[in-house]
Design a protein around this ligand. Structure first.
Ligand SMILES: Nc1ncnc2c1ncn2[C@@H]1O[C@H](COP(=O)(O)OP(=O)(O)OP(=O)(O)O)[C@@H](O)[C@H]1O
Ligand SMILES: [Mg+2]
Length: 406
């Protein structure tokens, strides 16, 4: 059996969704009514309400600026789905970036559901359920770590593998750098900066799922390509800036033996670091479709906050679990203009690629919505912000982002 969502489209009838009773299907509560029952003094705006009550049958990305209520709208969506018994509270997974953001999103959801449970008009069965069941909110990282802990053995990572924090990683890498006797002609730095570079390169290879050998091969090809260009006219070979760039590539390759020694030390100690956890989770997810099937059965609705900052490894994991042919109802919210983790593999293009990462089923393709009211800033601040944002590059294919209004 299925229930009719607000716009007349049918919600999916899948395990994890609470089946309606044999009686007539009741009208769905609208987002404003749910907000009222959740004890809020304000209702969602029309733009927010469109997100909140969208049918749960396709992936959806909400692209919106700072303070436009992206996180708020996610919490409201959870409350609406739960209040209308379209999804069981324990079948909701919310992911975000930092632990602080996760605790904030978790708190906003809990606040609403607690009020909903206490509201006199709430169905007694739902109230009983809310006393024992809550949505899960975690960081992208914590979720990846959980996948590795549960399924790491599939790729040879022991469940008890110790996780090295940054300080321990630094110690291991510094030992490797100090012991290194290989050619360092292209590396002009001392122990401390070299250690940092080794750690950063190791982490970036992990985030991008690139092996040291692939990087060596690629660098060799680039070198050959540049030197194969015909020398014409008065130039006596590649320009000085190009040679400088090639020197930087060589320096990076010179670090690779230390990266490999660092990885070997971790393996010998049966330990992994944070970057390994994400890379391993991505490998588990892409290599074992079974894991995706289990995660999709467990989490009927998946919310991705701060989506613009997800790294290559995190995206690969999420795509393998919930995207592609899985066409799960993922709701991502993000702001390409707030993409702050470029150095770690995130890119502002991540949001524009959402329909390719999470295409949805052919007859239920991914949807894109926007929010344009800022609830945090007044006219003067927004005038400056919109002026500054106007100089940022616009996404290539997608519709331009709306300016924020107060
Ligand atoms: N419809 C609304 N009416 C009144 N206040 C709102 C409404 N929607 C959101 N807010 C408030 O606006 C503020 C910003 O919301 P929120 O943190 O969800 O924005 P955001 O888009 O996630 O921000 P960021 O870009 O920093 O992630 C919050 O204090 C929230 O309670
Ligand atoms: Mg937010």
């Amino acid at each position: 059996m299925s229930r009719r969502a607000a716009d007349g489209q049918l919600a999916l009838d899948l395990p994890g969704f609470v089946a309606p009773g044999p009686a007539a299907v009741p009208e769905l509560l609208d987002p404003a009514e749910v907000a009222r029952r959740c004890g809020l003094s304000y209702a969602p705006s029309a733009e927010q309400a469109a997100v909140v009550q969208a049918p749960v049958d396709r992936p959806m990305v909400v692209v919106a600026g700072a303070g436009s209520g992206k996180t708020e709208t996610m919490a409201a969506r959870v409350a609406w789905l739960v209040a209308n018994q379209l999804v069981a509270p324990e079948a909701v997974l919310g992911l975000t970036f930092t632990r602080k953001a996760a605790s904030e999103l978790g708190a906003r959801i809990r606040l609403r559901l607690t009020a909903l449970a206490a509201h006199p008009d709430t169905d007694p069965d739902l109230r009983a359920r809310l006393e024992v069941a809550t949505p899960t909110v975690a960081t992208y990282h914590g979720y990846a770590a959980g996948i590795v802990a549960e399924h790491g053995l599939r790729i040879g990572v022991e469940p008890g593998a110790g996780v090295l924090g940054p300080a321990m990683c630094w110690g291991q890498a510094a030992t490797v750098v100090a012991a290194h006797t290989g050619d360092m002609a292209d590396v002009a730095l001392g122990l401390v900066s070299t250690t940092e570079d080794v750690l950063q390169l190791a982490a970036e290879l992990g985030e991008h799922d690139v092996t040291p050998d692939q990087l060596r091969r690629w660098t060799g090809q680039l070198h050959d390509q540049v030197h194969a260009y015909p020398v014409t006219g008065r130039t006596k070979g590649p320009y000085a800036d190009v040679l400088k760039m090639l020197g930087r590539q060589r320096a990076r390759v010179a670090l690779l033996p230390m990266v490999e020694a660092f990885e070997a030390r971790k393996r010998a100690a049966g330990a992994i670091d944070y970057a390994d956890q994400v890379a391993s989770a991505a490998r588990v997810a892409t290599g074992s479709p079974d894991v995706g099937r289990r995660e999709r059965a467990r989490w009927r609705v998946v919310l991705l906050d701060e989506y613009q900052d997800t790294s290559v490894g995190q995206l690969r994991m999420l795509e393998a679990l919930f995207g592609g042919a899985g066409h799960h109802p993922v709701l991502a919210v993000g702001d390409p203009r707030q993409s702050i983790y470029g150095w770690r593999g995130a890119s502002s293009g991540t949001i524009e690629r959402f329909p390719r990462t999470f295409p949805g089923a052919p007859d239920r393709p991914a949807a894109r919505l926007t929010l344009s009211t800022s609830w945090r800033n007044d006219h003067a601040v927004l005038a400056v912000a919109n002026r500054v944002a106007a100089d940022l590059p616009q996404p290539a294919q997608a519709a331009p982002l709306p300016d924020l209004t107060a």
